[in-house]
Write a protein that binds this ligand. Sequence first.
Ligand code: SF4
Length: 368
Amino acid sequence: MKLNSIIDKITKREWTDTLISKYIGSYKQSWFLYAKDSDIRGNAGSGGVVTSLLKFLLDTHQIDGALVLGNWVLGNQIKPEYKIITDSKELILFQGSKYITTNFTHDAVPMIKAFQGNLALVLLPCDTWVINRLRKNDPSLDKKVIFTIALFCGHISDPELSQVVIKKIKPLGKSLTNFRYRVGHWRGKMQFYFEDNSLIEKPFNIFSDYQNLYFFCARKCLRCSDHTGYECDLSVGDVWLMSMKDNEIKHNAVISRTDAATDLIIQAMQQQILGGYPVGIELIADAQSRSLPLHYNVSARSKAGKLLGIKIADTVHERVRLVDFLIAFIILFNFRLSTTVKGRAFISRLPRKIIKLYLYFLKALEIL
Ligand code: SF4
C-alpha cells in the first residue's frame, strides 16, 4: 500500500449518520468530479466544476446570469467585487477561491434584485442563509434564483492578511496589477502579476499557513458551524485526500442537496462537461476530515472565548473535549492578536519557520 493511502487510513474517522447530519446536513448524492475542459481545469484553484456548470447553464440558456466573485488590484491592494456574468466567455476571469472578506448583503444582494432574468449564485455557506431568508419574504426574488452553489468554506480572512503576504512578495518600486489566490495542482500556487508584465509564483502556503492559524480570521467565522452550505442546491469543495495528491487531475468534492442539483450533475456528465464518479458521503467527509469537526464546534470557541473576553454564542451545544478547548483557545488567541496594530506587526515579522512549527502543532491537535 502506498504511503499516501496509509496516511488516509490513519486519519480516517468513523462517520455515523449523526455526524454526517451535523457536519454536512441533508444530501441526495455525492461525487468526485472535474471539468472535462482542460482550459477551465488548468485555470482552476480546484477541479473547475463550478465554472463548467455555470458555463453549461449559461450556454444552454437555463440561466440568464451567474453571480460570481472576482478580485481586482487597486493601489497594490486586493479588492473583491461581485459580478453577474451573462457571457460564459467571461467566466474564466472569475475562477478560483477568494479568501477575503466581502459584504454580500451590501454589494451582491442589490445586484441580484436588480437583475432581469434567472440566476445561478455562487455563494459561501453564510451567503446562502442571507439570500434564503430574503427569498422567503420576496416571491419575485425566489423565482429569479433558480440555482445556488455553495463553496466549502473553512473561514475567510480580513484584507490585512492579503496585504501582509503582498508586502513580503512585492519587489520595491513595482506595482501589483493582478493577483490569484490559488491556481494549479494540490494546494496550488499564488500568482502575483506586476506592471512590467512580470509574474511571481509562490506556493499557496505562504498565505494559507497564516490563514490556517486563524490570524486575521473574519469575526463572523468564529460563530459559524456551516462548512459545506446546508441550505444550497449544490455544495462544491476540495478533496484533501493524500491518495488523490498524485492524481494528475485535481477533483472537486460535490454534494447535491436537491433533485434539480442531482439532475444537473447527471446532465453535465452525460454531455461530457464533467468527468468523475459517484462516491459515498463518508468519502467526502474523509476529504475534509480535519476541517468538519473543527468548524462545527462553535461550543469550543464559545467556551474558550470566555477566557479571552470574546463573546461567541454557542449555537450547536457540542461536546468540548480538552483538546477541542485547546484548539479553540489557540484560534481565538491568534484572531485576537491580529486585531491589534502591535499584534499584526508581530505576526508579519514572525519567521516562516516559527509559523510552520506553530501550524504543525495546531494540525497535530486537530487530528486527535
Ligand atoms: S466560515 Fe462561515 S461565516 Fe465564515 S465565510 Fe465561511 S461560511 Fe461565512
